[in-house]
Ligand binder design. Structure first.
Ligand code: G4P
Length: 529
């Protein structure tokens, strides 16, 4: 096997999703500890530090204690090179999550054992399901009182519509948490608190039929475990790797991230069952990740991550080949050769400049304002375009105005840049100017982010007036005469930055009216790239 093939086959890239507080940050931190990416646990102990250090770039996130942007972390473990894509926890950023998932080959879903499937788990899961990627479930906080594990399995199956297959099974919970039974190896990993250490536990491995085990966990727990094992082997969904890979069956592990229990076994199972980088569809057929010609696509643009640098980065997922610093590539959408330089990878609390990266990895490239989400980067000798990343239809609209006419330039630059990042969508009246803009967002919190960022990064104050529109449709037949359309009086005609026409509707009734009265009109929910 060539070195290149070996490196790519050892790549694993996953996104981590959860309802806030389920333990995503804690689990990520433990993963990184295993990989040695963080030398001292103290460096990231407590979510405050961790969040400030790696996950959260924006002041607003710190103030709110929510994760608005996604970050990327990489660590090495057991010969594998693992990329973790963090996703924003807040529902208003599900579009960002969707784009992040475009760059992942699988997802890890963290569930709080005492709460089960929560509102945000449901939403994020839906976004995952759209991608049909494998989903690995980690049921966390078993050191606390937990729901019955059968109930948890059922909840996942019922609420998320995905089969589950427990890879291990918990013995007790809370103060009586004894450990987990590993179904394949038939061993019990015992949860043994360390005297004096509040959070530290030992993982002691014992054979299922070792008489010592009964002594250690007690007869009652052993008897329950025997029943569980029998039941699971008899009735549970059969483990089927193909179904896991299609996202139909989720392997489930139990543990406690805080005490670092069950994290390493989970990581092992994940590495056993997850897939190396997968081919991606393009207009020239699927692009093989093992092809040595470099290619990548932009899935995220993040401006002003570091105030001191005032930089803007385009995050790319490498889809084939190898990146080397300063390499010359072809940017399809810009129709230009460019040099990729200043690539950063996010490691723990610092962004390091990287020298090389492989298919499956994520790199952040300095962006002088040329990239947009969904752009394809390839080699000049083999040009192709990946399928675009769909834009979610905004559901909330507001008119925004710059309050200081002297700052027109900054205002326009600010809204355009923030729109390019995909955080907001902007529209104008037909033939209107950029003085007054209609902003559409998927989640209302994005309005606040917009206002905050315009003020802090562009020094612009705005006035925002909410608009009552709820639905947006792009007009696909470009030749249509907009003003000859028969529309309800509360339907608004606007155009996007590329000059495409759209309609804003206050309700479903308005959409029905438009399609009923204008038979030739073709409306679509997504903007076609
Ligand atoms: P999130 O990123 O999904 O939002 O969750 P995060 O890891 O920040 O964890 C949320 C809270 O749950 C934290 O407590 C964390 O310590 C706790 N936690 C995470 N995993 C476990 C676990 O396995 N068992 C128990 N008992 N608790 C867990 P906090 O009090 O909000 O923060 P902190 O001050 O302890 O950091």
């Amino acid at each position: 096997m060539s070195e290149f093939v070996d490196k790519v086959s050892k790549r694993r890239t996953f996104a981590i999703i959860s309802h806030p507080d389920a333990g995503k940050t804690t689990l990520t931190e433990k993963f990184l500890l295993y990989g040695g990416a963080i030398q001292e646990a103290g460096m990231v102990k407590g979510k405050q530090n961790m969040r400030h250090a790696v996950s959260d770039w924006m002041e607003i996130e710190k103030q709110r204690g929510i994760s608005v942007t996604s970050s990327v972390l990489q660590f090495n473990y057991d010969g594998f090179c693992i990329n973790i894509l963090d996703t924003p926890g807040h529902q208003d950023f599900s579009e960002d999550t969707y784009r992040t998932l475009m760059a992942a080959d699988s997802a890890v879903m963290v569930i709080d054992a005492s709460k089960g499937v929560e509102a945000q788990t449901r939403k994020l899961f839906k976004v995952c399901a759209m991608r049909h990627i494998p989903i690995f479930t980690f049921i966390n906080k078993m050191d606390r009182e937990a729901k019955d594990p059968y109930e948890l399995m059922e909840e996942i199956e019922q609420e998320l519509g995905m089969d589950t297959c427990p890879v291990n099974w918990p013995i007790g919970c809370g103060k009586q948490f004894k450990g987990v039974y590993e179904r394949e190896s038939k061993k019990v990993i015992r949860f043994v608190p360390v005297q004096g250490g509040k959070k530290e536990v030992q993982e002691i491995i014992t054979d299922y039929d070792d008489p010592e085990l009964i002594k250690e966990i007690g007869e009652d727990y052993y008897a329950t475990l025997q029943d569980d094992v029998e039941l699971l082997d008899g009735a549970g969904a059969e483990f089927d790797l193909e179904r896991v890979h299609r996202g139909e069956l989720s392997p489930v592990c139990f543990g406690s991230a805080l005490t670092n229990f069950g994290v390493e076994p989970f990581l092992h199972h994940f590495l056993d069952y997850s897939m190396p980088p997968q081919p991606k569809q393009s207009d020239d057929g699927p692009i093989d990740p093992f092809n040595e010609d470099f290619s990548a696509f932009v899935f995220k643009i993040q401006a002003n991550m570091n105030k001191a640098h005032r930089d803007r980065m385009a995050f790319m997922r490498i889809t084939s080949g190898k990146y080397t610093k300063g390499m010359e590539v072809f940017h399809m959408q810009g129709n230009k050769k460019i040099k990729l330089s200043q690539s950063k990878q996010l490691m723990a609390d610092d962004r390091e400049e990287i020298q090389e990266a492989y298919s499956g990895d994520i790199i952040g490239v300095f962006d002088p304002g040329i990239f947009s989400i969904g752009d394809t980067i390839c080699t000049p000798k083999h040009k192709f375009k990946f399928e675009g990343i769909p834009t979610f239809a905004p559901e909330h609209f507001a008119r925004i105005r710059n309050t200081d006419t002297m700052k027109r330039k900054q205002f326009v630059k600010g809204v355009e840049q923030i729109a390019q990042e995909g955080a907001i969508q902007i529209f104008t009246e037909i033939g209107g100017s950029m003085e007054e803009i209609i902003v559409g967002v998927v989640g209302v919190l994005q309005f606040e982010v917009l206002e905050y960022r315009l003020k802090n990064e562009y020094n612009v104050n705005i006035k925002r007036e909410p608009l009552g529109y709820q639905f947006i449709r792009w007009i696909d037949n470009e030749e249509i005469d907009l003003y000859s359309l028969n529309l309800s009086s509360d339907t608004k005609r606007v155009q996007d930055l590329r000059g495409k026409y759209l309609l804003l509707f206050s309700n479903q009734w308005g959409i029905n009216w438009a399609t009923d009265k204008n038979k030739e009109l073709i409306l679509s929910e997504f903007s076609k790239n």
